[in-house]
Design a protein around this ligand. Structure first.
Ligand code: GUN
Ligand code: ZN
Length: 441
């Protein structure tokens, strides 16, 4: 057993209070076989477990591992294409790079960069938009199994409008998806860390027969996930209505793709009817604030989603999003609500932590397993420990409450400040040492 000692901050669910911010200074958690067996004041736990290994994480904050509910594996090398709206950005930045993943050796290199980027940012669990190429999806799952992150992903599907070298057809999509699901759904080491997600790119690039085959695969793979995009950009939304003659959510719903294991990214411009439908189906929405700002997609109406009872969590949306850090996404989510004045939903630092951790765990059906430091959950964590003398270090040392410290973390933290991440009590090894030359990789 291992005792981790430090300042633990999380957002557990408690009866009558909903999720609330909890911060325990000079506390400890006892981890047995990757699961939190006890927690309490450090002095008490150390006295009761004198023979166990102690990992000293004092200084900085220990937070639950971040959960990224929308991030594109093939786009890690395409981050930073500024100045374009969605459809131009896809054509000029994202898709040329995605086409390179036809080469599985190239894809394996991208998978390594991608998972390393997640781990360095403190992300331990992600719903990942995969590749259009089955070999590249295998490469992602193989690397995820090696590294130990919790990854749900799948083959991306398209059969119109986008570049033709990314197209599939309904039969091939079903067959390749079924093979991948057989290999990776409920697999990993230990079993269950990797799961399969049926992943049409978006309705704009999918015909009804392709979406129908996606619905068939979702039905045939028990407990598979579904993910796609929705209502991101006005031109895209007009295109979908012209093609299907119905609203965006219905294009998925008519093929039985919407349910409690469905996560739709963006939803910047929903109608009330769509919010009602998503709420009825139990769909979760991945809010991707840096991407929405970078592509000029619009301001997310968090209050409307919550009013309709639609679950919301955070997504980095790399590579339209500007990096892997959910600290940055949380801060941008806060900015986005502030900029909406009276229409915005006021967010505290505790809300931001909740969106980046417990809300993500819930959206991905893992609320009983991860998301906070309750006894019985698996120990997925990040240690935020800035270098001495950095502005974040100074700010944390002068914080006057845990809430204040957390607000300073969301304002200032970057992946460079994440000293270590754990999944189920196992440290996730980073590829290069801090400060190492990335060209050495
Ligand atoms: N819609 C369809 N594909 C994409 C993508 O790769 N990124 C974003 N942001 N939206 C999309
Ligand atoms: Zn996306």
């Amino acid at each position: 057993m291992t005792v981790y000692r430090g300042t633990f901050v999380d957002t557990p669910l408690s009866p009558f209070k909903g999720h609330h911010l909890r911060a325990d200074q000079d506390a400890a958690v006892l981890v047995r076989d990757g699961v939190i067996a006890a927690r309490g004041p450090a002095d008490d736990l150390l006295r009761d477990h004198p023979a166990d290994e102690v990992v000293d994480l004092t200084g900085g904050l220990v937070l639950p591992g971040f959960v990224d509910t929308h991030v594109h594996f093939p786009q890690v090398r395409a981050i930073g294409g500024l100045g374009m709206p969605l459809l131009d950005w896809l054509e000029r930045c994202a898709l040329p790079e995605e086409a390179r993943l036809a080469d599985t050796t190239y894809a394996a290199g991208v998978a390594a960069d991608f998972l390393d980027g997640l781990a360095r940012a403190g992300t331990t669990t992600a719903l990942v938009f995969g590749s259009h190429f089955a070999g590249a999806v295998d490469a992602l799952f193989e690397e995820a199994t090696r590294v130990g992150l919790r990854i749900t992903s799948g083959l991306v599907l398209s059969d119109r409008i986008l570049r033709a070298d990314l197209f599939t057809d309904p039969d091939r999509a079903y067959a390749e998806g079924a093979e991948l699901a057989k290999r990776w759904h409920g697999a990993g080491n230990p079993a269950g860390r990797t799961r399969y997600a049926v992943t049409p790119r978006f309705s704009l690039s999918c015909t009804d027969p392709l979406l129908e085959s996606a619905g068939a695969l979702l039905r045939d793979v028990p407990d598979a996930w579904f993910t796609s995009h929705i209502n991101e950009n006005p031109e895209e939304i007009r295109g979908v209505r012209d093609l299907f003659g119905c609203d965006y959510a219905t294009t998925y719903d008519k093929h039985d793709l919407l349910g409690p294991r469905s996560v739709l990214a963006h939803d910047v411009h929903p109608t009330r009817g769509e919010l009602r439908l998503m709420s009825q189906r139990g769909v979760a929405v991945a809010h991707c604030p840096t991407s929405n700002a970078a592509l000029g997609s619009g301001l997310f109406s968090l209050g409307a989603h919550l009013a309709y009872g639609v679950r919301v969590a955070l997504g980095s949306d790399v590579g339209a999003g500007t990096g892997f850090s959910l600290f940055k996404e949380g801060l941008q989510a806060y900015f986005c609500q502030q900029l909406q004045g009276r229409d915005g939903h006021r967010l505290t630092a505790g809300h931001l932590l909740h969106l980046a951790t417990a809300a993500g765990a819930d959206a991905l059906g893992l609320a009983d397993v991860i998301g906070d430091f309750e006894v019985g959950k698996e120990y997925d964590a990040l240690w935020l420990r800035p270098e001495p003398g950095t502005t974040l270090d100074v700010a944390l040392r002068h914080a006057d409450s845990p809430d204040d410290a957390l607000a300073k973390a969301f304002a200032l933290a970057t992946p460079a400040d994440v000293r270590q991440t754990w999944v189920a009590g196992s440290p996730i090894r980073q590829q290069t040492s801090r400060g190492g030359d990335p060209d050495d990789r």
